[in-house]
Design a protein around this ligand. Structure first.
Ligand code: FE2
Ligand code: FE2
Length: 133
């Protein structure tokens, strides 16, 4: 039996929502600490913290699913998100230019790197839709 939405409307819904939000924030917090550790040359610390961040993102997904905070038509979501991810490349590159104009070269370069990730995400989603939909 699917766990999708099984706690929605139960006495546990609010607690599950708190867990969901806490895990989402945790994922962001650990990823931020991993980013800081990396720029300080603490590679092992960074890698371990990023693994914890990924765990927390997975936990956030679990609680979101339990309370039904997701569209369970997976490929419908992927069809919508793919083009948004792909269009994020140019938007972020333009944004990185503005960051560079503030004299923040390093930050701009990292945002440009994130922009390329978005393009990759778009390709992954498109490929999944083509192969499984
Ligand atoms: Fe967790
Ligand atoms: Fe993305």
């Amino acid at each position: 039996m699917s766990i999708f939405g099984v706690t929605k409307g139960t006495e546990l819904e609010k607690e599950i929502d708190k867990l969901w939000k806490g895990e989402e924030q945790g994922a962001g917090m650990y990823a931020a600490l991993a980013c800081l550790a990396k720029e300080r040359g603490l590679e092992e610390v960074s890698e371990d913290l990023m693994k914890v961040a990924v765990d927390e993102a997975r936990h956030a997904g679990l609680y979101a699913v339990l309370n039904g905070h997701a569209n369970d038509d997976i490929f419908d979501v992927l069809k919508k998100m793919g083009p948004l991810e792909s269009s994020g490349v140019e938007k972020l590159q333009k944004f990185a230019e503005r960051v560079r104009e503030l004299g923040l070269k390093e930050a701009a370069e990292q945002i440009e790197s994130a922009a390329l990730d978005e393009g990759r995400h778009g390709e992954i989603l498109k490929d999944l839709v083509e192969r499984f939909c």
